[in-house]
Structure formats: structure tokens, C-alpha cells
Design a protein around this ligand. Structure first.
Ligand code: COA
Length: 260
């Protein structure tokens, strides 16, 4: 697939995905979502990819939301389909990716843009970034998982206020409330995101994948997360990475993980 809305680059096994519709503040239209689905699903079994960093083109926006012009005349059924398809094909795929996914929020992350960032495993933000779920000011509510993931990340009371007021918060407040893990100067954002990713990539990829599944189970409906943890913990014992990690520790050397 040729991408017209994304820039894709693999540097040192980190797949950088840059949403590239700068003139529309990187708003997520249908074509962009289809491209995201393609590149993200393709990266799952690509041995050349150890982790993914998602960011937006330019200085102004990460992603300023779903493309409003595309759903302006939708009816209820079309709205349901828009949300369902987006959630299943993009947002859930990111959340359930077995490799680490970091959102580098370089500017406005609004509506679907913040929802995209919240589907990622970790968020880092530039100091000038602004985040919000302004859908109620359009007569909508978040539809790409925002009501669920924001509540999980910052708690029910804060999520209620942010969603009902449609207010944006700045990077410092996002850090304080746990919405982002770190705030960096804009010029350092990608370097710092890459440093974090590289540290994770020195650990066992097999175990990191197990950890993601176990942590995700904490908020998955109808799943006992403790049972998932037991099962994923057990899976680790069957991995080459476990043998290597323990042998390296006992041999006082650095582990060379294969992810198997
Ligand atoms: N969907 C479609 N187009 C969008 C968009 C979106 N979510 N967000 C921005 N754009 C477009 C604007 O229409 C404009 O296009 P144009 O130049 O062809 O008119 C361009 O991006 C620049 O945006 P503009 O509004 O002129 O920039 P600004 O600096 O005045 O304001 C924002 C920036 C982010 C505050 C403002 O663009 C905004 O509120 N965007 C919508 C945010 C939103 O409600 N997102 C949730 C959607 S569900």
C-alpha cells in the first residue's frame, strides 16, 4: 500500500509513523485511518520492527481529531459504523499490539487525536501540547474509545469534567493527572521518545508482549486480569528469552534477546 497521509520511517528498529495532513492539522480522515490500519497491522509480524512511535507532522498538531468534514451529514447508523470500524481496525489494534507503541504528542491532540494517543501504551508530550475531547461542543461524544480510556487514565471525575466542558488541558496538567508520562521541550520530543523506546527494546520482547497483554487485561471486560497474569507469567517460562535472561544474569553478562 502506498501511503499518501502518513510518513513512515524505520530507524534502528523503531517504526516512526507521522500523520501527514498538516494543512488539516493531521485530522483523521477515512483514508488516513485505512493507512494506519495497514501499517500498524503490518508491523505486528515484521521482525525489523521492535517498537512504534506515532507523531504528527509539523509543529502545531499531533492530530486535531477525526475529520469533521467527512461525517457532517451522517445519520445514526453511519455514526455507529464510523466508531465501530475505527475502534476495531485502528485503536484496538494499537492497544493490543504486542510491541510497545509510544505517542509523541507534538501539538494539539483533540478528539480522535487524543483517542489515538490514549490507545498507545505510553504518551509523551511537547511542553506546548494541548489535549482535549471537545466532541460535546459539536453535539457528539468521543467515539474512538475516549470515554473509556480517559476514565482509566485520569479517573472518572476528571474525565467527566474534561469531556463535559470540552476544555483543553496543557501538557503540565496532562502530566499531573497521568494522561502523559513525560513532558519534554518540543525540539527534544522525538529524541526522548526514542530513548524511552530503546530502553524498552533492550528488555525481553517476548516478556514485554506478555506484560502488555496482562496490563490490558486489567480493564478488559469479562476477563480476570489476575488469571491473565498467571497465564502470561507461565508463557514466559517457555520462551528462549527467559532462558537467555536468566543465563545472562547468572553469567554476569548482558542479555541478547531474540523475542522468541
Ligand atoms: N477535521 C477537519 N478539519 C480540521 C479539523 C478536524 N478535526 N481540525 C482542523 N481542521 C482544519 C480546519 O478546518 C482548517 O482547514 P482550512 O484551512 O481548509 O479551513 C485547518 O485544519 C486549520 O485549522 P484552523 O481551525 O484554521 O486552525 P486554528 O489554529 O484556528 O485552530 C484548532 C486550531 C485545533 C483549535 C481548531 O482547528 C479546532 O478546533 N479543530 C477541531 C477540533 C475538534 O473539534 N476535534 C474533534 C473532532 S471529533
Amino acid at each position: 500500500m502506498n501511503y499518501s497521509n502518513l510518513l513512515i520511517e524505520n530507524r534502528e528498529r523503531i517504526l516512526y509513523i507521522t500523520i501527514n495532513r498538516e494543512s488539516k492539522l493531521n485530522a483523521l480522515n477515512k483514508a488516513t485511518l485505512a493507512e494506519l490500519h495497514d501499517v500498524i497491522t503490518g508491523s505486528v509480524h515484521d521482525d525489523e520492527v521492535g517498537g512504534l512511535i506515532i507523531t504528527g507532522a509539523g509543529q502545531k498538531a499531533f492530530v486535531a481529531g477525526a475529520d469533521i468534514s467527512e461525517f457532517a451529514d451522517f445519520n445514526a447508523d453511519e455514526g455507529r459504523e464510523l466508531a465501530r470500524e475505527g475502534q476495531i481496525k485502528v485503536f484496538d489494534v494499537i492497544q493490543n499490539h504486542s510491541k510497545p507503541v509510544i505517542a509523541a504528542i507534538n501539538g494539539f491532540a483533540l478528539g480522535g487525536g487524543l483517542e489515538l494517543a490514549m490507545a498507545c501504551h505510553i504518551r509523551v508530550a511537547a511542553s506546548g501540547a494541548k489535549m482535549g475531547l471537545p466532541e460535546v461542543s459539536l453535539g457528539l461524544i468521543p467515539g474512538y474509545g475516549g470515554t473509556q480510556r480517559l476514565t482509566e487514565l485520569i479517573g472518572k471525575g476528571r474525565a467527566m469534567e474534561m469531556i463535559m466542558t470540552a476544555d483543553m488541558i496543557n501538557a503540565e496538567d496532562a502530566y499531573r493527572t497521568g494522561l502523559v508520562n513525560h513532558v519534554f521541550e518540543a525540539d527534544d520530543l522525538l529524541t526522548k521518545a526514542a530513548e524511552l523506546m530503546k530502553k524498552i527494546m533492550t528488555r525481553s520482547p517476548f516478556a514485554v508482549g506478555c506484560a502488555i497483554r496482562a496490563i490490558n487485561a486489567a480493564s478488559a471486560d469479562g476477563i480476570n486480569g489476575y488469571e491473565t497474569e498467571i497465564s502470561e507469567f507461565s508463557n514466559c517460562f517457555g520462551s528462549e528469552d527467559f532462558r537467555e535472561g536468566v543465563a545472562a544474569f547468572l553469567g554476569k553478562r548482558k542479555a541478547e534477546f531474540t523475542g522468541r
